[in-house]
Write a protein that binds this ligand. Sequence first.
Ligand code: IPM
Ligand code: MG
Length: 368
Amino acid sequence: MTPPMLLILPGDGIGPEVMAEVRKVIDWFGTKRDLAFDVREDLVGGAAYDAHGTPLHDDTMALAQSADAVLLGAVGGPRYDNLDFSVKPERGLLRLRKEMDLFANLRPAQCFDALADFSSLKREVVAGLDIMIVRELTSGVYFGEPRGIFEEGGERVGINTQRYTESEIDRVARAAFELARKRGNKVCSMEKANVMESGILWREVVQAVHDADYPDVGLSHMYADAGAMQLCRWPKQFDVIVTDNLFGDLLSDAAAMLTGSLGMLPSASLGAPMENGRPKALYEPVHGSAPDIAGQGKANPCACILSFAMALRYSFDRGSEAERLERAVEKVLSDGLRTGDLLNVEGTTPVTTSDMGDAIVAALDASL
Ligand code: IPM
Ligand code: MG
């Protein structure tokens, strides 16, 4: 059997250094668990712009379309701030999401016990937290037309359009209900139906999908602003949250911080099944390119490594190997190893990005 093709796009900033640690983990699964991948590597974001004058070369896009899964590091950095909007590093990532039609973005916010004290919230509010934000990723105000900066009545006006079709809401709602059935069986849908028509439609369609096909799953609706407040007040009330592209962007960053560090959170962006039955998929850490700490060995590779764990689970149907990897990460944290993003407290050992990767591989070895 030919091994599945995994396309690695390290990108910018800390992307390459955290991805180097993921490579160690991928190699480990290849040699120790008979889970070999045909690993290809290519450029995205600023790195692609430097090489080709575009944040995503057409050849890379084609490779991503044919990959069994894509693993991305991070894009962007201050060097690219003044580039024309159409070639900014972020456009490379948005093109991948759009052209692969990765409509369901899964952003788990799990609080590892060893890190509960790093959250800005009280330990009892976050300890044991395990929620899943399902963010719609290919529509809404990120892509709606018209968009642009126009002249109107002698001044400029900036326009973006929030737009959702019923089918776009329907498919992401289904993704959320399916996930909920495998977890706590509860979905909370968030929009602004009090001020936005797109929110009214969102609420109606989510409710209709529920009533028709998922009546066994608990469903509640919340305005997204109230949802933000509840996420900070008592996040453990949630199991799966489903929301649109922009609200999901904001709410997932807030949820991420509940867990202590953005350096811990993975994500999966899934589309429709391909011919081989696997969903189109891109995995990436929620953190960005963190240019301020890039190249210093300070970055936390856990989010990117946990993104590979999500790939094992959602693309390669190896849930038990995904758990093995998640437990290895948990083990090194409970042993007190900490990269620079996690404040040092007594009893913990500061380590570099590369030490952290090695320790996770050692914990994997110990798991056999
Ligand atoms: C994210 C990021 C992206 C987004 C940026 C880098 C385009 O913030 O994945 O959450 O806004 O979707
Ligand atoms: Mg974001």
